[in-house]
Design a protein around this ligand. Structure first.
Ligand SMILES: C[S@@+](CC[C@H](N)C(=O)[O-])C[C@H]1O[C@@H](n2cnc3c(N)ncnc32)[C@H](O)[C@@H]1O
Length: 224
């Protein structure tokens, strides 16, 4: 496990953020989408839409059996400013001051079939102090089409536009994402002129992050 990618703004380590690569703890703001503790497994029912087949069918998220990875990272980070994605289905992390809503605009999962509303949002926990910028609504609408590059890269991607909107209001300094996935946080930070440091356990996702960063945020066609 190693330093996987580095340029003037972004640094990516391949490995375990909890044991091997703790350099992210030197950053100033934590913006991360950790394993939620849901035992996520990409289902077949979501994999075929309009003829497009997901390459993630059956794929699981490492460390997602419970919230231990999230909570260990949060404890190491302490009470410094943090934005963490999560779900109402699991206990929130400690020290939450506000909960933002990522409104996905479209429903993405089936949910319970006897409930006449499909799930269409995720929580974003606001922890710590130092947030900046004009005050606005805490419900952030960003859709992520089923057929999109992000969904090809990772089973649980976050929209780049959403990550940019969040980072715009972060306190100054380097952004950390120890659960980097396909790298949306690192790309968003870079697009906003911020330094960022990420860690990702799975090499296949490190490869995607490195390609996204090296190609530029809006030139994504060549990523397999
Ligand atoms: C929910 S996903 C993040 C998705 C990301 N926000 C995106 O837009 O693609 C969480 C990621 O954390 C990674 N992960 C889980 N445990 C980890 C650990 N201990 N160290 C580093 N990465 C880890 C998983 O492989 C997964 O890609």
């Amino acid at each position: 496990m190693s330093l996987y990618y580095q340029d003037e703004q972004a640094t990516l380590y391949h490995g375990d953020c909890l044991t091997e690569h703790r350099e992210w703890l030197e950053a100033d703001v934590l913006v991360t989408d950790p394993p939620y503790g849901m035992g996520f497994k990409q289902g077949k029912r979501n994999s075929r839409v309009e003829g497009w087949t997901s390459r993630h069918t059956g794929v699981e998220i490492a460390g997602d059996a419970d919230t231990a990875a999230r909570d260990t990272a949060h404890t190491a980070w302490g009470d410094r400013p943090a934005l963490m994605f999560g779900t109402w289905k699991r206990p929130a992390p400690a020290g939450v001051r506000e909960v933002l809503v990522w409104d996905k605009v479209v429903s993405t999962g089936m949910g319970a079939l006897d409930i006449p509303w499909r799930p269409s949002w995720e929580a974003i926990y606001v922890i710590g102090h130092g947030w900046t910028g004009k005050r606005g609504h805490g419900v952030l609408q960003h859709s992520l089409p089923t057929i999109s590059d992000e969904r090809k890269w990772h089973p649980t991607p976050k929209p780049l536009s959403l990550m940019e909107r969040l980072i715009e209001k972060c306190p100054p300094g380097t952004i950390a994402d120890p659960f980097a996935g396909s790298g949306s946080t690192l790309l968003a930070a870079r697009n906003l002129g911020r330094k960022a440091i990420g860690v990702e356990l799975e090499e296949k996702y490190c490869e995607i992050i490195a390609k996204r960063l090296s190609q530029g945020a809006f030139d994504l066609g060549g990523v397999a």
